[in-house]
Design a protein around this ligand. Structure first.
Ligand code: KIV
Length: 279
């Protein structure tokens, strides 16, 4: 069954946890969709995981649309969210609405947009939701502000900072977001926010008490090398499996053991005479 804002809200109301993963391509999204993942996020983290940048800032709206389109095509059941990239919404609410509108029109099948920021970005969230586009907000450690934070650091530590994150949570709910991502904040703060809000909370590095969880898929499949943030659980070692398969393939090709006869089209092959004439 296709997940919608309503079915996800029902999951929260019934205390059923919501699963979300990032994804950026059709093949992987098809696998996640078959596995029953509730929400898929085409995150701007693709600047790092797919394009090799050090942060999420370089990715453009045009690129987000291309990746979003590929993922949405695969999702028969999962609810698809696409990130508004850096500088596609900060300038004004008009700019934010135009960018969100482009995602919804050009990446057919996408169900919502995600936008980073709290109190400061509430007018943008209101403009987008007023146009009938569902919004997932994103507060706490918002990666597009990495330079202001001085790195990818836990936010909301201590009462004064916790108060700021709480105010952000209340502001995005008031502005009309139907869900909010809580990234890298202390677990008691995430639990408090989850209890205070009526909208869905999705945690990443925010403890177990949120309504749902999200992970970057390359992190949970151990595809990104040795670095593993504290909040990531590696559910499989696909990176190593891929490396093994690639090196076995290289060996088989160089030793001539691949392809074998069973991988070869023999039916209708040219005659001995043809070979003789053209040799
Ligand atoms: O871009 C992204 O992948 C995200 C998640 C980390 C929540 O925003």
């Amino acid at each position: 069954m296709k997940q919608t804002v309503k079915t996800l809200e029902k999951m929260k109301a019934e205390g059923r946890k919501i699963s979300q993963l990032t994804c950026y391509d059709y093949t992987t999204a098809s696998i996640m969709d078959r596995a029953g993942v509730d929400m898929i996020l085409v995150g701007d983290s693709l600047a790092m995981t797919m394009q090799g940048y050090n942060d999420t800032l370089p990715i453009t709206l045009d690129e987000m649309i291309i990746y979003g389109r590929s993922v949405a095509r695969a999702c028969k059941n999962a609810f698809v969210v696409v990130d508004l990239p850096f500088m596609s919404y900060q300038i004004s609410k008009e700019q934010a609405l135009e960018s969100a509108g482009r995602i919804m029109k050009e990446a057919t099948g996408v169900n919502a947009v995600k936008i980073e920021g709290g109190v400061n970005i509430a007018p943008q969230i209101k403009a987008i939701t007023d146009a009938g586009i569902p919004v997932v907000a994103h507060i706490g450690m918002t990666p597009q502000s990495v330079n202001a934070f001085g790195g990818f650091k836990v936010q909301g530590k201590g009462d004064a900072n916790a108060e700021r994150v709480l105010k952000d949570a209340l502001a995005v709910q008031e502005a009309g977001a139907f869900a909010v991502t809580l990234e890298c904040i202390p677990p008691r703060l995430a639990e408090l926010i989850t209890k205070k809000l009526h909208i869905i909370t999705i945690g990443i590095g925010a403890g177990s008490k949120c309504d749902g969880q999200v992970l970057v898929y390359q992190d949970m499949l151990a595809m990104g090398g040795d670095f593993c943030p504290k909040f990531v659980k590696r559910f499989a070692n696909i990176g190593q499996d891929m490396e093994n398969a690639f090196s076995e393939y290289k060996k088989a090709v160089s030793e001539g053991t691949f392809p074998e006869e069973k991988h070869t089209y023999t039916d209708g092959d040219c005659s001995d005479e043809f070979i003789k004439t053209h040799s």
